[in-house]
Design a protein around this ligand. Sequence first.
Ligand code: FES
Length: 110
Amino acid sequence: MGQYRTHVFVCTTGETCPTQGDVEGFVKYLRGEVARAGLKDDVRINKAGCFSQCGHGPMLVVYPDDVWYAGVQEADLKDLFESHVRDGKPVERLRYRPGVQGANKKKDAK
Ligand code: FES
């Protein structure tokens, strides 16, 4: 087992995700919930660069579960935190399943 049970990456410095939602606010909210739940030793919320899935954002990835989320909105964060980060149950309605491996940028995304 690594240093954290759950490691969440939020795409905050790519070219499109930060234009599709308040991703810095997502990080702040999730870090706050982690602290409130007493999970600071178990869960790490990190800012991340582009996942090469531009245009599908805002995007988050949860490891070691290897669960990817797309189109996450502020209103989804409570569910995402409580169901997946806290309780270990992925939020199926937000899962990203593009059906192709590797990079998958939308054509109109930079
Ligand atoms: S900008 Fe977020 S995946 Fe590229």
